[in-house]
Design a binder for this molecule. Structure first.
Ligand SMILES: CC(C)(COP(=O)(O)OP(=O)(O)OC[C@H]1O[C@@H](n2cnc3c(N)ncnc32)[C@H](O)[C@@H]1OP(=O)(O)O)[C@@H](O)C(=O)NCCC(=O)NCCS
Length: 132
């Protein structure tokens, strides 16, 4: 993971899904993996280019899907299905529910998630304390 971190961060910045301001750093990623989560990284074998990521954290009650993204160059080729299939397989193997947040206007991602059986939970608002 250490070797790929910069490339992973680059995918997150390009797709506007992560970065230091959101509390994403190598140590935190590694902690979540040690605690039963996973970071799936999709790589183009020929060029060794990282094309996408799916980061799942585990609080042992539920799984949370974060930072699901395909870098712009690789978008529109159906590659997100590879990452979704792996992610859902991970959840099924652990027999844990899986939850995510997606912007209401992100129709592409919403349609993708619905294909994988995610159901809209209702009119909940999302709150966070960033400067703790
Ligand atoms: C959302 C994202 C991961 C989808 O990946 P992608 O490479 O663009 O999409 P794919 O070609 O793999 O298509 C996967 C599915 O997305 C949906 N989709 C793709 N393009 C779409 C469009 N223009 N409109 C609506 N749905 C669309 C479809 O359900 C499609 O499945 P299908 O091809 O079987 O119909 C990618 O666009 C992305 O990284 N976006 C920026 C980051 C982001 O918003 N992540 C989600 C954060 S919650």
């Amino acid at each position: 993971m250490t070797d790929d971190y910069e490339a992973v961060l680059n995918v997150w910045l390009q797709t506007d899904i992560g970065g230091a301001h959101r509390g994403d750093n190598l140590q935190i990623i590694q902690n979540t993996i040690t605690n039963g989560g996973v970071l799936f990284v999709l790589e183009e074998i020929k060029t060794k280019t990282i094309a996408g990521t799916s980061w799942i954290t585990n609080d042992h009650r539920r799984l949370y899907l974060h930072h699901f993204g395909i870098s712009p160059y690789f978008q529109g080729k159906g590659l997100s299905h590879l990452l979704m299939e792996k992610s859902m397989e991970f959840a099924r193997n652990l027999k844990l529910q899986i939850k995510l947040e997606v912007h209401k206007d992100n129709l592409k991602a919403r349609q993708l998630y619905e294909k994988y059986s995610f159901k809209y939970l209702g009119d909940y608002e999302v709150f966070i304390v960033r400067d703790i």
